[in-house]
Design a protein around this ligand. Sequence first.
Ligand SMILES: *Cc1c(COP(=O)(O)O)cnc(C)c1O
Length: 432
Amino acid sequence: MGDEPHEYGFDTLQIHAGARPDPATGARQTPIYQTTAYVFKDVDHAASLFNLQEVGFIYSRLTNPTVAVLAERIAALETGEGAVCCSSGHAAQIMALFPLMGPGRNIVAATRLYGGTVTQFSQTIKRFGWSCKFVDFDDHGAVKDAIDEDTRAVFCESIANPGGSITDLDAIGKIADEAGIPMIVDNTSATPYLCRPIEHGATLVVHSTTKYLTGNGTVTGGAIVDSGEFDWSASDRFPSLSQPEPAYHGLKFHETFGHLAFTFHSIAVGLRDLGMTMNPQGAHYTLLGIETLSLRMDRHVENAIKVAKWLETHPAVNAVTYAGLESSPYASVAKRICPRGAGALFTIELKGGYDACVKLVDSLELFSLVANLGDARSLVIHSASTTHRQLTAEQQEAAGAAPNVVRLSIGIEDPDDLIADLDQALAKAASV
Ligand SMILES: *Cc1c(COP(=O)(O)O)cnc(C)c1O
């Protein structure tokens, strides 16, 4: 006692990490630095900033003081060494892969992912010469077998879309570690309050800050957090980080920046050349939201348990996938990976099939039909006809988005009102 430095808890960090009273004005809330560029003291100062010999602000495509506070806060909440914010969750995924990949390289990703991620990984990344092998991440042997000498990362969600299943990050992290490649975890649906993937072996954590971190459905954004623990120089597989980087006058990022190599590369090369930048106004909304993250997540989880338990006994419902239910096959792994709760995202399978699902979604009044999740409001989507529409029938089934399934994102309203709304809509759905 006394000698150990006191470490702030999560509730304190979500309000204070990264922020300090504004040095110019004393403003207590982080100002929105609505500026494109920053005045250099002189030419020498400018040169040292461009050479990364001195850290400072140059141009807002790279860094901005408001966005920097958010990045530092998310890094602290995820127990990472550094973080970079960008324009959306999908941008974060490309930014995470960018320093690791090259033509002919692949990733091994889970079948159960956000629908847009399946499309990004199965179609769009091919244009960069990258590819993805999709594997059931409950089958650890299959994950191991899928990794080959061109694999540069494994990718999964902690609480996975759309069914809210839980990935055994400890097991997957060990496989990635043995293969000498990083595990990238999309922690959007869990948030660092429910799950901290770095503690389970993740090298990189990606977020769509659009969802729970902002929590109010106002802005899109993304973040990539680096654990700082991966040895990029242990093999010749990550030349952008370990070898002279031609896109930055031959700088060796790992040798020069150590634990912050990935973060510096993501700013100096990633944001500079891909330009998927978060704007300060967007960072401001997310900073406001993140201050109440733990309070909201506790309520999301409490409501999800109540609603899922009620749905489980409803005669029109065949199955509820919520990992927070004792009946879930993920119940025990959930307690290890997300000890504070299994999130608020799950699917229900209706006995009445596709038509009943459509009727349910159309009859709900309080739940909003939107392609979003992690809002303070309760949301519903019929994945097969919307977010997972671009997928084949097999991909939909593997993703947990079959036509007889509806996804719910439980908000922080009065849970009795959510149950009443589901009750009236299920009655209508049962009559089709
Ligand atoms: C929404 C979402 C994304 C994509 O994020 P955007 O901010 O919409 O680009 C990626 N992964 C998960 C789990 C998501 O929920």
